[in-house]
Design a protein around this ligand. Structure first.
Ligand SMILES: [Zn+2]
Ligand SMILES: [Zn+2]
Length: 193
């Protein structure tokens, strides 16, 4: 199936960078990944290093010692960034400590769920396309504009101060610390505006 490309990456008279590029393009589905990974593993380090570098050029973020990885893993990871960009539609649960950029308070992890906004001022930041992916380049302040209930849950509607995008996050009440109750109540009075 990839016979046409095989001649390029197998051709030892060509530069390794060109062969690495052809090899990554030849990887087509799991079967090819396994076969070409086994082939790559038997090749000199220069070609494996070129595959690593080509992967990094495409945004894969491979470490220096990736040349010592099994060939299949090296190929799969070298292509990981493109694959992730293509198939990512599900949220990533990202729960981290952070310092709120808007009120300056230290915020701890929610632990049982992902903390996606500050519990003290309720502000968030426009950094995700899909929750947790950090793929949004806007980075504007998401300001809470309204609190409402949906299916028995308290939800916060946000509007980005920079681009105007709207986001809806769950209010976090059963975590430590919980969202500021007085602020939630104040914003819920604006419901239906
Ligand atoms: Zn805050
Ligand atoms: Zn924005």
């Amino acid at each position: 199936m990839a016979k046409r490309d095989d001649t390029v990456f197998e051709d030892e008279t060509r530069p390794v960078a060109e062969r690495a590029k052809a090899l990554l393009e030849a990887v087509d589905g799991r079967k090819e990944l396994k076969r070409l990974g086994a082939w790559l593993q038997a090749q000199p380090e220069a070609l494996r290093a070129a595959v690593r570098d080509e992967g990094n050029r495409r945004g894969a973020d491979l470490p220096g010692d990736a040349v010592d990885w099994p060939g299949k893993k090296l190929l799969r990871r070298a292509l990981a960034r493109e694959e992730a960009a293509r198939v990512r539609t599900n949220p990533i649960a990202r729960d981290e400590d952070f310092t709120c950029e808007y009120c300056g308070r230290e915020v701890t992890q929610a632990v049982s769920t992902a903390r996606d906004h500050c519990p003290y001022c309720l502000c968030s930041k426009h950094v995700d396309v899909v929750p947790g992916d950090r793929a949004e380049s806007c980075h504007g302040q998401l300001k809470p504009v309204e609190v409402y209930t949906k299916d028995g849950r308290w939800m916060i509607r946000y509007r980005c101060a920079r681009c105007g995008a709207e986001r809806h996050n769950k209010a976090l009440l059963d975590v430590d610390p919980p969202d500021d109750w007085d602020l939630l109540v104040e914003l819920s009075a604006k419901e239906g505006r």
